[in-house]
Design a protein. Structure first.
Length: 914
């Protein structure tokens, strides 16, 4: 609950090199507010203003959308202070008025997710004073129409209805352009003062029509409305979607920043821009950004006009460019990270409106981290923490196959806004893109200009393509952060929302047609283009590229080397073939954490022998089928041991939920009958007999080996014969045999006897010795609570968190997709518990099992092999539990390694603090 005493400080002022707050106060002042204070303190040119704290936001929602009493006088004092510094009066009707910008600012930046109001304080009188003071009628009326437009949209709610493709205010502008110039696409800068005055009138009429209310004339009323709208926007749909996606707690709330306006739209000596201290797409150390002459900041980020690259600024405003170059250096030295900043140039003078750590692609994150260490800006530990583990996946993302591209025509070129290669069916509206993605189509979201409302469509799409807008438009930033491939500002595209067509160079594409986009080069191609592996994959896996020829690989390798220095938790892999194993080893896996032996039988004829085994009615016929399976298994295990080069392999005994393996349709049943030389009726009857109502809780896991010990016997034999074969060649094999779905200690004991007996037999036959372990999966709640008993026999535990989640939550792994989205929507679960460990429930059971297991066997080896082993948050949780390793799919290994290193560094930092 927010502090609501009268003496509480709700407003923090900044201006004239002094600030009440500073950069470390993000929880209270939000990211924007804290950094405005910090920039003011270090002497950067920041227009004065104040920040209303996030505590007020909490109060607002706790108290039926009202404010603490002490707020109003503090706001008034804030305005007075701004008036003093600027030498102007708020909403003055006689002389140059003080106008303000009102912006949101959460603790973590949420680009474009919340609302902003500029030029507040203008009304029918002060607009005349502004015109007089600036001797610029056009400018004053342009500010006024922009203000009404933003205020009408954000505060009064005049917005696009679901059936409309354009904002209502933009529609009014378009109509006026059409009427007066017969050119719907006329640039806004070409509208005359008269046009702007006309727009002000029409906008007010539109507001009255849609809301029944007059536009407020009093600046203080305007300010109250704007502050309320910013706090209100914390709960708008796109802010909620964004928070859910990035796990930002609702309780944080947003701050509100009120800042004196400076103007980038006073003429050709003015402008606005957004820039990065390094290239956010590639990480290269270059001044990167874009600007628009004679425009306000919103024009740059909204993507309505396509801006120019910042490198062109010297030819317009050389002094301002030089100052910005200096600011760029100051920012990096002070904040010690790549910054993303907004600036405005008013009549040649530069003002800083915001700075924050810049969002970047995975590729850029790795490069910037490595280069900043080289430049001695940060140390290697900071570098490891700078790359979000999830983002590392982008470095391994596919690119277009070069040979396939040769036969493909570039149909348009836009700005490269999010790297990678994407191919998909085009959709012109976010909702339809979502629907298509739900039908498992690969989707490209194609829009004239992207806007934050498109978020759901962007999440669903493989890639995003726009005809207008720059690389720093809000939506482009968000696309990059999500790792979505994005090309924007491809101006050759003519998109018709009504006809649902895209026309370019004489070719017309309909909704549902395929296009491909290259978010690294900005190119757009017709049709589907084959994608190829990333450079890291080409070096490590395909070996088609030399490491010295790939800078990307070198940065990746540097980062992974640092991870090795930091990590305590090992990363193994879930692999069922020698090829998958080799890939994972190349990515740095320290062994196999799960080899699902039943997966070895999906291929070719193997499935028939597997089915024959499952359908067998007598021990003899089962043994017969098993004899066919043995050589396959032995061969696979040999390959896997070789690929592991002496690293351990956790091999799990068969765990086939029967429904996955039985032939269900008539054709498959008769095919099998023919192969087995039995009647279809017989096969079909047996399938019928074996039918289970709950196959996931049925005859699977160790239950199979208990009912039919000959199955376990065959598997143990295959494993040890393969080990003997490999050892004969002078290589090492370290099998760790794992029994699935154990709940009772006796289940494990029975299987254990078989393993040890067969090991002894094979050792004798082959005149060799084996270095092996036998352990169990911990994947049902009973196993967790009797783990002390189970540990008497198990040399290791591996948490099967897929089944453990299924059985703990009583939610079917296979069916949860139908209701989990509703659960996430209602925030019953923050994340999908099958993707990220439910730490409060499943996690507690894991902890119990760890503690009990260690009580019996202090040095017990502990791992996890459910899908959660590749989820950074779950990896960090496993580190906290003190597990020995996590195991995940081969391509997730680098992600898990990075997450494990970060967890270790966090631990170290906490211990050092103590
Ligand atoms: C598990 O249950 O987490 C597991 C790894 O086994 P499977 O997914 O094969 O059931
Ligand atoms: Mg399982």
């Amino acid at each position: 609950m927010a502090n609501t005493t009268k003496s509480a400080k709700y407003v923090y002022q900044f201006g004239n090199r002094k600030a009440d707050g500073n950069g470390s106060m993000k929880p209270l002042l939000g990211g924007k507010g804290a950094n405005l204070a910090e920039m003011t303190r270090i002497g950067l040119p920041v227009p004065p203003g104040f920040t209303i704290t996030t505590e007020v936001c909490t109060y607002y929602y706790d108290n039926k959308r009202t404010y603490p009493k002490a707020l109003q006088p503090q706001v008034e004092a804030g305005i007075r202070q701004m008036e003093k510094i600027m030498g102007t009066k708020f909403g003055d009707a006689k002389a140059m008025p003080l106008l303000v910008a009102v912006r949101s600012g959460a603790r973590d930046s949420m680009p474009g997710m919340m609302d902003t109001i500029l030029n507040l304080g203008l009304n029918d009188q002060s607009v005349l004073a502004l015109a007089k003071a600036t001797k610029n009628d056009r400018f004053a009326w342009d500010c006024y129409r922009r203000f009404i437009q933003m205020y009408g949209d954000v505060v009064m709610g005049v917005q696009k209805a679901p059936h409309e493709d354009h904002e209502p205010f933009e529609t009014v502008i378009g109509e006026l352009k059409e009427e007066r110039y017969h050119d719907h696409d006329l640039e806004d800068t070409r509208l005359s003062t008269e046009d702007l005055k006309e727009l002000v009138g029409r906008f007010k009429k539109l507001i009255k029509q849609r809301t029944g209310k007059e536009f407020p004339n009093d600046p203080w009323d305007q300010l109250k409305g704007a502050v309320g709208a910013v706090f209100g926007s914390w709960m708008n749909d796109r802010a909620i979607v964004y928070r859910r996606k990035y796990g930002i707690p609702q309780e944080w709330g947003t701050a509100v920043n009120v800042q004196a306006m400076v103007f980038g739209n006073t003429g050709d000596n003015s402008g606005s821009g957004v820039a990065f201290t390094r290239d956010p797409a590639t990480g290269e150390k270059v001044f990167y950004g874009e600007f628009l002459i004679n425009a306000q900041g919103e024009d740059v980020v909204a993507g309505v006009r396509t801006p120019e690259p910042v490198q062109k600024l010297p030819s317009h405003l050389p002094a301002a460019y030089k100052e910005l170059e200096n600011i760029r250096k100051t920012l990096e030295t002070h904040f010690k990270d790549m910054q993303d900043f907004e600036f405005t140039i008013q009549d040649g003078k530069v003002f800083m409106l915001q700075t924050r750590n810049g969002k970047r692609t995975g590729l850029a994150a790795v490069r910037i981290a490595c280069e900043m260490v080289k430049e001695k800006v940060i140390d290697w530990k900071t570098a490891v923490n700078r790359v979000p583990a999830e983002q590392l996946e982008q470095v391994l993302a596919p690119i277009f196959d070069r040979t396939a591209l040769k036969n493909t025509k570039v149909i348009a070129k836009g700005l490269p806004a999010g790297p990678g290669a994407a191919t998909g069916q085009i959709y012109f509206n976010a909702d339809r893109a979502v629907q298509a993605a739900e039908k498992k189509e690969k989707v490209l979201l194609v829009r004239i200009e992207t806007s934050p409302e498109d978020l759901r469509g962007m999440i669903a799409a493989e890639g995003i393509l726009t005809a207008r807008g720059g690389v720093s438009s809000h939506a482009a930033l968000v696309a990059r952060q999500m790792g979505k491939v994005c090309v924007c500002g491809a101006s050759a595209l003519h998109i018709d929302y009504n006809k649902r067509t895209l026309e370019v160079g004489g070719q017309t594409f309909k909704e549902g047609d395929f296009l491909s986009i290259n978010g690294t080069s900005g190119e757009v191609y017709a049709g589907e283009v084959r994608t190829a592996a990333s450079e890291v994959v080409q070096v490590l896996i395909e070996r088609s590229l030399k490491s010295k020829d790939s800078q990307t690989y070198q940065y990746y390798a540097q980062l992974m080397d640092w991870c090795v220095k930091a990590t305590r938790l090992l990363v193994r892999t879930n692999a069922d073939t020698p090829e998958q194993t080799a890939n994972a080893v190349a990515f740095g896996a320290s062994g196999i954490g799960l080899c699902r032996t039943e997966h070895m039988f999906f291929e070719g004829d193997r499935i028939d022998a597997m089915r024959e085994m499952i359908l067998a009615e007598t021990t003899d016929s089962r043994k017969n089928a098993l004899a066919k399976l043995l050589p396959y298994q032995r061969e696979d295990f040999t390959g896997i041991f070789k690929a592991l080069k002496g690293l351990p392999a956790t091999i799990r005994f068969l765990d086939p939920p029967l429904h996955e393996f039985l032939p269900h349709d008539n054709a498959a049943q008769s095919q099998l009958a023919e192969k087995l030389n039995v009647s279809v009726e017989k096969v079909s009857k047996r399938v019928h007999d074996l039918h289970e109502f709950n196959p996931m809780l049925g005859h699977r896991g160790c239950r199979l080996g208990i009912a039919y010990p000959e199955i376990s016997e065959m598997q143990a034999r295959a494993i040890f014969e393969a080990a003997a074969e490999v050892q004969k060649e002078g290589l090492k094999a370290k099998p760790e045999i794992m029994i699935p779905l154990v709940g009772f200690p006796k289940e494990l004991q029975l299987q254990l006897e078989i393993v040890h007996r067969v090991a002894e037999e094979v050792a004798k036959e082959k005149k060799t010795k084996f270095n092996y372990l036998v352990g169990t999966m911990i994947e049902i709640p009973r196993a967790c609570v009797v783990a002390d008993d189970i540990a008497k026999d198990a040399q290791f535990f591996s948490f099967g968190t897929n089944d453990l989640t299924q059985t703990t939550l009583g939610m079917s792994r296979d069916d949860s997709g139908s209701f989990l989205p509703a659960y996430q929507e209602a925030e019953i679960v923050k994340k999908n518990p099958f993707a990220s460990i439910d730490q409060g429930g499943v996690g507690k059971l894991m902890q119990t099992a760890v503690e009990l297991g260690r009580k019996t066997r202090p040095d017990i080896k502990l791992g996890i092999c459910g899908e959660h082993g590749g989820d950074p948050e779950s990896v960090k949780f496993c580190h906290t539990l003190g597990l020995t390793y996590v195991s995940c799919s081969p391509f997730r290994v680098p992600v898990a390694r990075l997450a494990a290193a970060q967890a270790a560094l966090k631990d170290e930092a906490v211990k050092t603090k103590k």
